[in-house]
Design a protein around this ligand. Structure first.
Ligand code: ADE
Length: 416
Protein backbone atom coordinates (compact mmCIF):
# COMPACT_ATOMS: atom_id res chain seq x y z
CA UNK A 1 0.00 0.00 0.00
CA UNK A 2 1.19 3.52 -0.79
CA UNK A 3 1.45 6.71 1.23
CA UNK A 4 -0.49 9.92 0.64
CA UNK A 5 -1.49 12.98 2.67
CA UNK A 6 -5.26 12.73 3.14
CA UNK A 7 -7.51 9.90 1.92
CA UNK A 8 -10.65 11.98 2.57
CA UNK A 9 -9.83 14.12 -0.51
CA UNK A 10 -10.46 11.22 -2.90
CA UNK A 11 -13.91 12.34 -4.11
CA UNK A 12 -12.60 15.81 -5.09
CA UNK A 13 -9.64 14.22 -6.83
CA UNK A 14 -11.91 11.85 -8.77
CA UNK A 15 -13.95 14.79 -10.14
CA UNK A 16 -10.72 16.47 -11.29
CA UNK A 17 -9.64 13.27 -13.04
CA UNK A 18 -13.03 13.00 -14.78
CA UNK A 19 -12.67 16.61 -15.94
CA UNK A 20 -9.20 15.86 -17.34
CA UNK A 21 -10.55 12.75 -19.11
CA UNK A 22 -13.10 14.93 -20.89
CA UNK A 23 -10.21 17.08 -22.24
CA UNK A 24 -7.84 14.26 -23.26
CA UNK A 25 -9.50 12.61 -26.26
CA UNK A 26 -6.32 11.15 -27.78
CA UNK A 27 -5.25 9.35 -24.62
CA UNK A 28 -8.83 8.18 -24.02
CA UNK A 29 -9.01 6.79 -27.55
CA UNK A 30 -5.71 4.95 -27.05
CA UNK A 31 -7.01 3.70 -23.70
CA UNK A 32 -9.98 2.18 -25.51
CA UNK A 33 -7.91 0.39 -28.15
CA UNK A 34 -4.91 -0.65 -26.02
CA UNK A 35 -6.96 -1.82 -23.04
CA UNK A 36 -8.85 -4.19 -25.36
CA UNK A 37 -5.53 -5.56 -26.62
CA UNK A 38 -4.09 -5.57 -23.06
CA UNK A 39 -0.90 -4.12 -24.52
CA UNK A 40 0.92 -4.04 -21.17
CA UNK A 41 -0.50 -7.28 -19.74
CA UNK A 42 1.51 -8.69 -16.86
CA UNK A 43 4.10 -5.91 -16.83
CA UNK A 44 5.07 -3.88 -13.78
CA UNK A 45 5.51 -0.14 -14.32
CA UNK A 46 7.22 2.23 -11.86
CA UNK A 47 6.51 5.89 -12.62
CA UNK A 48 7.98 9.13 -11.30
CA UNK A 49 6.04 12.06 -12.72
CA UNK A 50 4.05 14.99 -11.26
CA UNK A 51 0.89 13.67 -9.62
CA UNK A 52 -1.74 15.78 -11.38
CA UNK A 53 -5.18 15.04 -12.77
CA UNK A 54 -3.63 14.51 -16.23
CA UNK A 55 -1.05 12.08 -14.87
CA UNK A 56 -3.87 10.21 -13.16
CA UNK A 57 -5.49 9.66 -16.56
CA UNK A 58 -2.20 8.23 -17.82
CA UNK A 59 -1.72 6.01 -14.74
CA UNK A 60 -5.22 4.59 -15.05
CA UNK A 61 -4.69 4.04 -18.77
CA UNK A 62 -1.49 2.09 -18.12
CA UNK A 63 -3.35 -0.05 -15.58
CA UNK A 64 -6.27 -0.58 -17.96
CA UNK A 65 -3.76 -1.96 -20.46
CA UNK A 66 -2.95 -4.75 -18.02
CA UNK A 67 0.03 -3.41 -16.07
CA UNK A 68 0.60 -3.20 -12.33
CA UNK A 69 1.59 0.37 -11.46
CA UNK A 70 3.51 2.04 -8.62
CA UNK A 71 3.87 5.83 -8.74
CA UNK A 72 5.59 8.79 -7.11
CA UNK A 73 5.76 12.50 -7.94
CA UNK A 74 8.88 14.01 -9.51
CA UNK A 75 8.90 17.29 -7.61
CA UNK A 76 8.42 17.91 -3.87
CA UNK A 77 5.83 20.66 -4.44
CA UNK A 78 3.83 19.49 -7.46
CA UNK A 79 1.60 16.72 -6.09
CA UNK A 80 -2.13 17.46 -6.09
CA UNK A 81 -3.13 15.73 -2.85
CA UNK A 82 -6.75 15.17 -3.87
CA UNK A 83 -5.65 13.45 -7.08
CA UNK A 84 -3.17 11.30 -5.12
CA UNK A 85 -6.03 10.33 -2.78
CA UNK A 86 -8.27 9.35 -5.71
CA UNK A 87 -5.53 7.16 -7.21
CA UNK A 88 -4.91 5.56 -3.84
CA UNK A 89 -8.64 4.87 -3.45
CA UNK A 90 -8.69 3.16 -6.84
CA UNK A 91 -5.94 0.79 -5.71
CA UNK A 92 -2.86 2.37 -7.28
CA UNK A 93 0.31 1.97 -5.24
CA UNK A 94 1.02 5.68 -4.89
CA UNK A 95 3.66 7.45 -2.78
CA UNK A 96 3.17 11.19 -3.09
CA UNK A 97 2.16 14.26 -1.16
CA UNK A 98 2.72 18.00 -1.54
CA UNK A 99 5.60 19.44 0.50
CA UNK A 100 7.96 16.44 0.61
CA UNK A 101 11.35 16.80 2.30
CA UNK A 102 14.28 15.76 0.07
CA UNK A 103 14.61 12.56 2.16
CA UNK A 104 10.91 11.66 1.76
CA UNK A 105 11.11 12.50 -1.93
CA UNK A 106 13.68 9.76 -2.54
CA UNK A 107 11.96 7.41 -0.11
CA UNK A 108 8.82 7.64 -2.27
CA UNK A 109 10.77 6.83 -5.43
CA UNK A 110 12.43 3.87 -3.75
CA UNK A 111 9.06 2.44 -2.69
CA UNK A 112 7.84 2.45 -6.30
CA UNK A 113 10.88 0.41 -7.34
CA UNK A 114 10.09 -2.29 -4.79
CA UNK A 115 7.55 -3.78 -7.24
CA UNK A 116 10.52 -4.80 -9.42
CA UNK A 117 9.62 -2.85 -12.56
CA UNK A 118 9.74 -4.11 -16.13
CA UNK A 119 9.21 -0.57 -17.40
CA UNK A 120 10.15 2.78 -15.85
CA UNK A 121 8.60 6.15 -16.65
CA UNK A 122 10.48 9.28 -15.60
CA UNK A 123 10.17 13.05 -15.64
CA UNK A 124 13.63 14.34 -14.73
CA UNK A 125 15.32 10.90 -14.53
CA UNK A 126 15.42 10.63 -10.72
CA UNK A 127 13.95 7.14 -10.89
CA UNK A 128 16.53 6.08 -13.47
CA UNK A 129 19.32 7.41 -11.21
CA UNK A 130 17.89 5.58 -8.21
CA UNK A 131 17.67 2.23 -9.99
CA UNK A 132 21.18 2.68 -11.39
CA UNK A 133 22.48 3.66 -7.94
CA UNK A 134 21.01 2.58 -4.62
CA UNK A 135 18.58 -0.05 -5.98
CA UNK A 136 20.61 -1.73 -8.72
CA UNK A 137 19.19 -5.12 -7.75
CA UNK A 138 16.10 -4.23 -9.79
CA UNK A 139 18.03 -3.48 -13.02
CA UNK A 140 17.96 -7.03 -14.50
CA UNK A 141 14.13 -7.04 -14.61
CA UNK A 142 13.85 -3.81 -16.58
CA UNK A 143 12.95 -4.01 -20.27
CA UNK A 144 13.10 -0.27 -20.86
CA UNK A 145 12.01 3.18 -19.80
CA UNK A 146 10.77 6.54 -20.98
CA UNK A 147 11.81 10.11 -20.15
CA UNK A 148 9.40 13.05 -20.29
CA UNK A 149 11.51 16.17 -19.99
CA UNK A 150 14.37 18.11 -21.61
CA UNK A 151 16.81 18.04 -18.70
CA UNK A 152 16.05 14.36 -18.04
CA UNK A 153 16.94 13.52 -21.65
CA UNK A 154 20.18 15.55 -21.34
CA UNK A 155 21.13 13.58 -18.28
CA UNK A 156 20.39 10.12 -19.65
CA UNK A 157 22.32 11.03 -22.81
CA UNK A 158 25.25 11.90 -20.54
CA UNK A 159 24.85 8.55 -18.77
CA UNK A 160 24.69 6.72 -22.11
CA UNK A 161 27.79 8.53 -23.38
CA UNK A 162 29.71 7.14 -20.39
CA UNK A 163 28.24 3.66 -20.96
CA UNK A 164 26.34 3.90 -17.67
CA UNK A 165 22.76 3.60 -18.93
CA UNK A 166 21.88 -0.06 -18.60
CA UNK A 167 18.59 -0.27 -20.52
CA UNK A 168 16.89 1.40 -23.50
CA UNK A 169 15.11 4.65 -22.70
CA UNK A 170 12.81 6.40 -25.15
CA UNK A 171 13.19 10.19 -25.17
CA UNK A 172 9.48 11.04 -25.18
CA UNK A 173 10.40 14.69 -24.67
CA UNK A 174 11.93 14.84 -28.12
CA UNK A 175 8.82 13.70 -30.01
CA UNK A 176 7.61 16.61 -32.15
CA UNK A 177 4.10 16.15 -30.79
CA UNK A 178 5.55 16.56 -27.28
CA UNK A 179 8.20 19.28 -27.26
CA UNK A 180 6.64 21.50 -29.95
CA UNK A 181 3.37 21.65 -28.01
CA UNK A 182 3.74 20.76 -24.29
CA UNK A 183 7.02 22.66 -23.83
CA UNK A 184 5.85 25.67 -25.86
CA UNK A 185 2.09 26.16 -25.39
CA UNK A 186 1.79 24.10 -22.21
CA UNK A 187 4.53 25.91 -20.28
CA UNK A 188 3.72 29.20 -22.01
CA UNK A 189 0.27 29.14 -20.46
CA UNK A 190 0.86 27.29 -17.18
CA UNK A 191 3.94 29.29 -16.09
CA UNK A 192 1.99 32.52 -16.50
CA UNK A 193 -0.99 30.90 -14.76
CA UNK A 194 1.31 30.14 -11.80
CA UNK A 195 2.72 33.67 -11.68
CA UNK A 196 -0.76 35.19 -11.83
CA UNK A 197 -2.18 32.86 -9.13
CA UNK A 198 0.75 33.73 -6.83
CA UNK A 199 0.64 37.49 -7.47
CA UNK A 200 -2.44 38.56 -9.48
CA UNK A 201 -0.27 41.21 -11.17
CA UNK A 202 -1.06 42.80 -14.51
CA UNK A 203 1.32 41.72 -17.27
CA UNK A 204 0.37 44.61 -19.58
CA UNK A 205 3.04 47.30 -19.43
CA UNK A 206 5.54 45.20 -17.47
CA UNK A 207 9.08 44.27 -18.46
CA UNK A 208 9.13 40.46 -18.43
CA UNK A 209 12.62 38.92 -18.50
CA UNK A 210 12.69 35.35 -19.82
CA UNK A 211 15.97 33.49 -19.30
CA UNK A 212 16.41 30.90 -22.05
CA UNK A 213 14.82 30.84 -25.49
CA UNK A 214 14.40 27.10 -26.04
CA UNK A 215 10.93 25.61 -26.50
CA UNK A 216 9.84 26.61 -22.98
CA UNK A 217 11.25 30.14 -23.15
CA UNK A 218 9.59 30.62 -26.53
CA UNK A 219 6.19 29.74 -25.10
CA UNK A 220 6.58 32.10 -22.15
CA UNK A 221 7.74 35.02 -24.31
CA UNK A 222 4.88 34.44 -26.75
CA UNK A 223 2.18 34.48 -24.08
CA UNK A 224 3.78 37.35 -22.10
CA UNK A 225 3.78 39.48 -25.23
CA UNK A 226 0.18 38.47 -25.86
CA UNK A 227 -0.71 39.89 -22.44
CA UNK A 228 0.89 43.23 -23.33
CA UNK A 229 4.29 42.86 -21.67
CA UNK A 230 7.57 44.14 -23.06
CA UNK A 231 9.72 41.01 -23.26
CA UNK A 232 13.49 40.79 -22.73
CA UNK A 233 15.31 37.52 -23.43
CA UNK A 234 18.65 36.35 -22.01
CA UNK A 235 20.54 33.51 -23.70
CA UNK A 236 23.91 31.76 -23.93
CA UNK A 237 23.16 30.12 -27.29
CA UNK A 238 23.84 32.52 -30.19
CA UNK A 239 21.31 30.87 -32.53
CA UNK A 240 18.54 31.03 -29.93
CA UNK A 241 19.48 34.65 -29.14
CA UNK A 242 19.19 35.50 -32.84
CA UNK A 243 15.81 33.75 -33.06
CA UNK A 244 14.57 35.82 -30.11
CA UNK A 245 15.83 39.07 -31.64
CA UNK A 246 14.21 38.30 -34.99
CA UNK A 247 10.92 37.62 -33.20
CA UNK A 248 11.23 41.22 -32.02
CA UNK A 249 12.34 40.70 -28.41
CA UNK A 250 15.14 42.66 -26.74
CA UNK A 251 18.14 40.41 -26.04
CA UNK A 252 20.45 41.34 -23.15
CA UNK A 253 22.90 39.70 -20.76
CA UNK A 254 21.26 38.94 -17.39
CA UNK A 255 23.49 41.54 -15.68
CA UNK A 256 21.71 44.22 -17.76
CA UNK A 257 18.25 42.64 -17.82
CA UNK A 258 18.25 42.27 -14.02
CA UNK A 259 18.07 46.08 -13.65
CA UNK A 260 15.08 46.39 -15.98
CA UNK A 261 12.76 43.48 -15.21
CA UNK A 262 9.47 43.63 -13.33
CA UNK A 263 8.84 39.87 -13.69
CA UNK A 264 11.58 37.25 -14.20
CA UNK A 265 11.03 33.69 -15.43
CA UNK A 266 13.93 31.26 -15.79
CA UNK A 267 13.62 28.48 -18.37
CA UNK A 268 17.16 27.28 -19.00
CA UNK A 269 17.61 23.95 -17.11
CA UNK A 270 20.94 25.40 -15.89
CA UNK A 271 21.94 26.44 -12.38
CA UNK A 272 22.76 29.96 -11.11
CA UNK A 273 20.82 31.99 -13.67
CA UNK A 274 19.61 34.54 -11.09
CA UNK A 275 22.21 34.98 -8.34
CA UNK A 276 22.82 37.38 -5.46
CA UNK A 277 24.30 40.10 -7.68
CA UNK A 278 21.20 40.02 -9.91
CA UNK A 279 18.79 40.12 -6.96
CA UNK A 280 20.72 43.10 -5.55
CA UNK A 281 20.48 45.02 -8.81
CA UNK A 282 16.74 44.44 -9.31
CA UNK A 283 14.08 47.12 -8.97
CA UNK A 284 11.96 47.35 -5.84
CA UNK A 285 9.00 44.98 -6.24
CA UNK A 286 10.57 42.64 -8.80
CA UNK A 287 8.96 39.19 -9.05
CA UNK A 288 11.24 36.18 -9.61
CA UNK A 289 10.08 32.74 -10.72
CA UNK A 290 11.38 29.54 -12.33
CA UNK A 291 9.77 27.36 -15.01
CA UNK A 292 12.67 24.90 -15.37
CA UNK A 293 12.45 21.35 -13.99
CA UNK A 294 14.90 21.72 -11.08
CA UNK A 295 15.00 24.48 -8.47
CA UNK A 296 18.58 25.44 -9.29
CA UNK A 297 18.05 28.42 -11.60
CA UNK A 298 17.20 31.00 -8.93
CA UNK A 299 19.63 31.10 -6.00
CA UNK A 300 17.01 31.19 -3.23
CA UNK A 301 19.67 30.52 -0.57
CA UNK A 302 21.44 33.71 -1.70
CA UNK A 303 18.19 35.63 -1.28
CA UNK A 304 17.92 34.33 2.28
CA UNK A 305 21.53 35.34 2.90
CA UNK A 306 21.33 38.88 1.55
CA UNK A 307 17.85 39.73 2.87
CA UNK A 308 17.30 41.68 6.09
CA UNK A 309 14.08 39.74 6.56
CA UNK A 310 11.59 37.65 4.66
CA UNK A 311 8.04 36.49 5.10
CA UNK A 312 5.33 34.70 3.14
CA UNK A 313 3.09 37.38 1.69
CA UNK A 314 0.69 35.19 -0.33
CA UNK A 315 0.45 31.51 -1.16
CA UNK A 316 3.59 30.54 -3.09
CA UNK A 317 5.00 34.05 -2.76
CA UNK A 318 7.84 35.04 -0.38
CA UNK A 319 8.83 38.67 0.14
CA UNK A 320 12.56 39.31 0.69
CA UNK A 321 13.53 42.77 1.97
CA UNK A 322 17.12 43.42 0.95
CA UNK A 323 19.64 45.61 2.75
CA UNK A 324 19.14 48.34 0.13
CA UNK A 325 15.46 48.42 1.14
CA UNK A 326 14.18 46.84 -2.08
CA UNK A 327 11.56 44.11 -1.88
CA UNK A 328 11.99 41.08 -4.12
CA UNK A 329 9.22 38.47 -4.39
CA UNK A 330 10.28 34.87 -5.09
CA UNK A 331 7.52 32.51 -6.18
CA UNK A 332 7.15 28.85 -5.15
CA UNK A 333 10.61 28.75 -3.50
CA UNK A 334 12.17 28.88 -6.97
CA UNK A 335 10.54 25.53 -7.84
CA UNK A 336 8.54 24.91 -11.02
CA UNK A 337 6.05 27.80 -10.82
CA UNK A 338 3.52 26.19 -13.16
CA UNK A 339 3.11 23.08 -11.04
CA UNK A 340 3.81 24.48 -7.59
CA UNK A 341 1.64 27.60 -7.87
CA UNK A 342 -0.87 26.37 -10.48
CA UNK A 343 -2.05 23.01 -11.85
CA UNK A 344 0.60 22.39 -14.50
CA UNK A 345 -0.14 22.35 -18.21
CA UNK A 346 -3.73 22.13 -19.35
CA UNK A 347 -5.13 18.68 -20.05
CA UNK A 348 -5.45 19.30 -23.80
CA UNK A 349 -1.70 19.51 -24.28
CA UNK A 350 -0.80 16.76 -21.79
CA UNK A 351 -3.12 14.65 -23.95
CA UNK A 352 -0.44 14.52 -26.65
CA UNK A 353 2.51 14.14 -24.27
CA UNK A 354 0.90 11.23 -22.48
CA UNK A 355 -0.30 9.61 -25.71
CA UNK A 356 3.41 9.55 -26.60
CA UNK A 357 4.19 8.03 -23.19
CA UNK A 358 1.64 5.26 -23.66
CA UNK A 359 2.73 4.47 -27.23
CA UNK A 360 6.38 4.40 -26.11
CA UNK A 361 5.60 1.96 -23.29
CA UNK A 362 3.67 -0.18 -25.80
CA UNK A 363 6.68 -0.15 -28.12
CA UNK A 364 9.03 -1.13 -25.30
CA UNK A 365 6.75 -3.99 -24.29
CA UNK A 366 7.04 -5.37 -27.84
CA UNK A 367 10.54 -4.37 -28.95
CA UNK A 368 12.34 -3.39 -25.75
CA UNK A 369 14.10 -6.72 -25.28
CA UNK A 370 15.85 -6.31 -28.62
CA UNK A 371 16.63 -2.59 -28.22
CA UNK A 372 20.17 -1.71 -27.12
CA UNK A 373 20.77 0.12 -23.83
CA UNK A 374 20.90 3.83 -24.58
CA UNK A 375 18.64 6.69 -25.59
CA UNK A 376 16.13 6.02 -28.38
CA UNK A 377 14.00 8.47 -30.36
CA UNK A 378 10.27 8.18 -30.85
CA UNK A 379 9.31 7.41 -34.44
CA UNK A 380 7.90 9.75 -37.12
CA UNK A 381 4.97 7.31 -37.41
CA UNK A 382 4.17 7.80 -33.73
CA UNK A 383 4.20 11.59 -34.14
CA UNK A 384 1.92 11.27 -37.17
CA UNK A 385 -0.47 8.99 -35.27
CA UNK A 386 -0.69 11.34 -32.28
CA UNK A 387 -1.12 14.44 -34.47
CA UNK A 388 -3.77 12.73 -36.60
CA UNK A 389 -5.77 11.61 -33.56
CA UNK A 390 -5.52 15.13 -32.09
CA UNK A 391 -6.70 16.74 -35.32
CA UNK A 392 -9.58 14.23 -35.54
CA UNK A 393 -10.62 15.10 -32.00
CA UNK A 394 -10.65 18.76 -32.98
CA UNK A 395 -12.72 18.07 -36.09
CA UNK A 396 -9.92 19.29 -38.39
CA UNK A 397 -9.42 17.67 -41.79
CA UNK A 398 -6.24 18.12 -43.84
CA UNK A 399 -5.24 17.54 -47.46
CA UNK A 400 -3.49 14.44 -48.82
CA UNK A 401 -0.75 14.31 -51.44
CA UNK A 402 -1.88 12.86 -54.76
CA UNK A 403 0.14 9.99 -56.25
CA UNK A 404 1.55 12.40 -58.81
CA UNK A 405 2.65 14.82 -56.08
CA UNK A 406 4.28 11.97 -54.16
CA UNK A 407 6.15 10.90 -57.32
CA UNK A 408 7.20 14.51 -57.94
CA UNK A 409 8.72 14.86 -54.48
CA UNK A 410 10.72 11.66 -54.91
CA UNK A 411 11.93 12.46 -58.45
CA UNK A 412 15.44 13.86 -58.19
CA UNK A 413 15.64 14.27 -62.00
CA UNK A 414 13.01 17.04 -62.02
CA UNK A 415 14.71 20.38 -62.61
CA UNK A 416 13.44 23.94 -62.83
N1 ADE B 1 4.11 18.78 -16.53
C1 ADE B 1 3.62 19.97 -16.81
N2 ADE B 1 2.30 20.02 -16.63
C2 ADE B 1 1.92 18.79 -16.20
C3 ADE B 1 0.67 18.23 -15.86
N3 ADE B 1 -0.46 18.91 -15.93
N4 ADE B 1 0.69 16.94 -15.47
C4 ADE B 1 1.85 16.25 -15.43
N5 ADE B 1 3.03 16.73 -15.76
C5 ADE B 1 3.08 18.00 -16.15
Amino acid sequence: MGKIKDASLAADGRKKIEWAESRMPVLMKLKETHSKKKTLQGLRVSGCLHVTKETAVLVETIRACGAEVAWSGCNPLSTQDDVAAALDASGIDIYAWRGLSPKDYYWCIEQTLRIGPNLTLDDGADLIFTIHGKLQQYLPGVIGGTEETTIGVHRIRAMAAEGKLKYPVIAVNDAETKSDFDNVYGTGQSAIDGIIRATNVLFAGKNVVVAGYGHVGRGITLRSRGLGANVIVTEVNPVNALRARMEGYTVLPMDEAAKLGDIFVTATSVKDIITAKHLESMKDGAIVSNAGHFNVEVDVKAAERIAKKHRQIRDNNEEYVLKNGNRIFILAEGKLVNLAAAEGHPSEVMDMSFANQLLSLARLSKEGRSMKPGVHETSKEQDAEVARLKLDSMGIAIDKLSEEQTRYIADWKQGT
